[in-house]
Design a protein around this ligand. Structure first.
Ligand code: CP
Ligand code: NVA
Length: 303
């Protein structure tokens, strides 16, 4: 593994190796002898806001022995129109790895190609692989394994989280039910490709149908970063796609509710359901640190 650009570009063995190492790093935190980033400086290039991703990478890089440099696009020339191609060729000569949060997936692909340094997708409009890896780690912890998993994703199935879940299903072969308004379906060709690759993906307009017998109910914001102008329209469209008591009642007994955060109570999830499942949701947030440390360690090992 040279980069982490998407879940789509990972293999099942790579995902499982990341999860295994993440569990080890979680268990041994504070006692690590191996410092794979010693003497290195990694750059965090962010064009969108972040709490979890920024902090978990900054802390994780330091715990692996490296230094982290936070580079907001509004403070570097990238934000004034310097091409990503030039930014990549400059930074590739100075820093040892890059963690990028931006809009276009093609920008991180270009950066990875031209910089020559390990590059990690910290969220684009198309994928959020780091979040999915932490989510899979959490689900393994909660259920003991990923075998026979049934996940219902309710909300904006065409956002980065929905799409990354689709590829996780394709790679690991678990059942993924998407519940979303017709207008927010992921592109049909993406679903077809994921199904052909082994993804057990179905789409419905009924949250209850998707939730029926599911082990995990998952949601994300209705208004992803960059879509703020559509907020009012989206609120109307997604109104029926809330995780509330009636959707939870349709799920399997003991089902877990997960959310990548930030959460908007009263929108994609009720305050009551959120608080009842807060332990698992914040476990997910913590696992960002462990999963990403595993990713960086494996990128350095070049496997
Ligand atoms: N879930 C997630 O990526 O959170 P941040 O936007 O705070 O990084
Ligand atoms: N879909 C959300 C994820 C936030 C972590 C967004 O892109 O804003």
């Amino acid at each position: 593994m040279k980069h982490l650009l998407s879940i789509e570009s990972l293999t099942a063995p790579e995902i499982l190796e990341i999860l295994d190492l993440a569990a080890t790093l979680k268990a041994t935190r504070g006692h690590e002898k191996h410092k794979p980033l010693a003497g290195e400086c990694w750059g965090l290039l962010f064009s969108k806001s972040s709490t979890r991703t920024r902090v978990s990478f900054e802390v994780g890089i330091r715990e692996l022995g490296g230094d982290a440099l936070f580079l907001s696009s509004s403070e570097i020339q990238l934000g004034r129109g310097e091409p990503i191609e030039d930014t990549a060729r400059v930074l590739g000569r100075m820093i040892h790895g890059a963690v990028i949060r931006t809009f276009k997936q093609s920008d991180i692909e270009t950066f990875a190609e031209l910089s020559g340094i390990p590059t990690i997708n910290a969220l684009t409009d198309e994928e959020h692989p780091c979040q999915i890896l932490a989510d899979l780690q959490t689900i393994k912890e909660l259920r003991g394994s990923l075998d026979g998993l049934k996940i219902a994703f309710i909300g904006d199935a065409d956002c980065n989280m929905g799409r990354s879940w689709i590829w996780a299903s394709a790679r690991l072969g678990f059942e993924l039910r998407l519940a979303c308004p017709e207008l927010y379906r992921p592109p049909a060709d993406l679903i077809t490709r994921a199904q052909a690759a082994g993804g057990l993906v179905t789409i419905t307009e009924s949250p209850e149908e998707a939730a029926s017998g599911a082990d995990i109910l998952y949601t994300d914001v209705w208004v992803s970063m960059g879509k703020e102008e559509e907020a009012e329209y989206r609120a109307a469209q997604f109104g029926p796609y809330q995780i509330n008591d009636s959707v939870v009642a349709a799920a399997a007994p003991g089902a877990h509710v997960l959310h990548c955060l930030p959460a908007y109570r009263g929108k994609e999830i009720t305050a009551e359901v959120f608080e009842r499942h807060a332990a698992a949701i914040f476990q997910q947030a913590e696992n960002r640190l462990h999963a990403q440390k595993a990713v960086m360690t494996l990128l350095k090992a070049g496997v």
